[in-house]
Design a protein around this ligand. Structure first.
Ligand code: 5GP
Length: 125
């Protein structure tokens, strides 16, 4: 679903509390919630409340301070929920696996100590 279309994205509906999600962090501009279909022991979606940017490239060009705020929230979530080593994934484009066109990052990691972050421990999107 495109944020530029007539209907709000699924993330806008979560932000509006129209559909439930387990929200784990929220600031004035950013919200984070558990992914409904986790691909890792820790899998949190971090997104902007502003729906105008469809992907990280648009966000970087349009509001780099907001991108920095999103990354800071992601880092805080990782510090709280993972062993400190994590993936921060921005799928960009449908062919790359993006399904929600409202910019977001995936924080993926494990709370356990592990000597690698391979596909077997974190999976793929
Ligand atoms: P993308 O595929 O666009 O990179 O990531 C979208 C993510 O949003 C997917 O990992 C998907 O599981 C998650 N997702 C889609 N719909 C919902 C929902 O209604 N609630 C939550 N919590 N996550 C969702």
């Amino acid at each position: 679903m495109s944020s530029s279309g007539s209907q709000p994205s699924i993330f806008s509906r979560i932000i509006a509390r129209e559909i439930p999600a387990t929200i784990v962090a929220e600031t004035e501009h950013i919200i984070a919630f558990l992914d409904i279909a986790p691909k890792a022991p820790v899998h949190v979606v971090v997104t902007t409340k502003d729906p105008q940017y469809q992907n990280v490239v648009e966000l970087a060009a349009g509001n780099s301070a907001l991108l920095a705020e999103l990354v800071a929230v992601a880092e805080q979530i990782a510090a709280e929920r993972t062993n400190g080593q994590f993936r921060l994934v921005f799928n960009t484009g449908a062919a790359a696996g993006q399904t929600v066109f409202h910019v977001h990052a995936h924080v993926m990691g494990s709370p356990e100590l592990t000597d690698h972050l391979g596909e077997d421990s974190l999976g793929t999107l």
